[in-house]
Design a protein around this ligand. Structure first.
Ligand code: HPA
Length: 275
């Protein structure tokens, strides 16, 4: 079966489950799934029920959609994502985002956990991603099926939507939450980086490092979806402290910062307007 037909199958299935078109989709990253509990009278759809939807194999990533009305918007949260390092192809990593696009989602909010590269960042900080460096070694929009989505050569000057960034900053300020801005560099993982790689990333202009988000943001941008991405700094990047990195530490720190993030996410869902 062709990739595009698999996407159509998933879209067809979800249209039978959802009472209306989702306006916002939100990807909840490592340790950040708690937000979904805040959606009133939510519909829960396990990933395994959705045709061809990839399933996460990583602790801290649940596997279900939680959908419901929040203020102005019908919101679909994706609890758990799949990563390139799990052995999935980039087509599979981008699959959920393309389904969102064809369901009519106009705004995508991405969250993740990251390592802080910039010396001004501390674990627990929230960072609004304003640009990225794709260091995964592959372009996620490369496709065997030719011109899968238009445009073939999408612009990446403005991946992260300015209006959404300003809205996030306004909400953060109103709630006394410090929200910094930064450039995210994506490595393919699953190993953490070496200290030398982190020094290189700093020279290249990256503030935070992770193993996700970039393929999703690029796939969304290609489909004309407005993107907003917030990262939770979980650890100092490799070599900045005299100790090794662990996934457990990442989950622990993100959980601690997740209540601040939830305030911003809730407010975005309540107030985002499509035009
Ligand atoms: N490196 C890569 N990915 C990450 C890190 C890191 O230090 N922390 C959380 N995700």
């Amino acid at each position: 079966m062709m990739y595009k037909d698999k996407i159509s199958e998933a879209v067809k299935f979800l249209k039978t489950k959802l009472p209306k078109r989702p306006q916002i989709a939100m990807v909840l990253g490592s340790g950040l799934g708690g937000f979904a509990k805040e959606i009133p009278s939510a519909i829960d759809i396990p990933y395994e029920d959705i045709p061809f939807w990839p399933k996460s194999t990583v602790p801290g990533h649940a596997g279900h959609l939680v959908c419901g009305q929040m203020g102005n918007n019908y919101v679909m949260t994706l609890n758990g994502r799949v990563h390139y390092y799990e052995g999935y192809s980039m087509d599979e990593v981008a699959f959920p985002i393309r389904v969102c696009g064809l369901l009519g989602v106009k705004t995508l909010i991405l969250t993740n956990a990251s390592g802080g590269i910039n010396y001004g960042l501390t674990p627990g900080d929230l960072v609004l991603i304003y640009d990225h460096i794709n260091f995964m070694g592959v372009n996620p929009l490369r496709s065997e099926e030719g011109n899968l989505f238009e445009p073939r050569f999408p612009d990446m000057t403005f991946v992260y939507d300015h209006k959404l960034m300003m809205l996030c900053e306004q909400v953060a300020e109103e709630n006394d939450i410090t929200l910094k801005r930064g450039v995210y560099i994506a490595f393919s993982g699953p190993s953490f980086e070496t200290p030398a790689e982190i020094r290189m990333a700093r020279i290249l202009g990256a503030d935070i490092v992770g193993m996700s988000t970039v393929p999703e943001a690029m796939a969304a941008k290609q489909m004309g979806i407005r993107v907003c991405a917030i990262s939770c700094v979980a650890n100092y990047a490799a070599g900045m402290e005299d100790k090794p990195l662990t996934h457990e530490e990442v989950l622990e720190e993100t959980k601690k910062a997740s209540s601040k993030l939830a305030i911003i996410l809730r407010s975005l869902c309540d107030t985002v307007k499509e035009s």
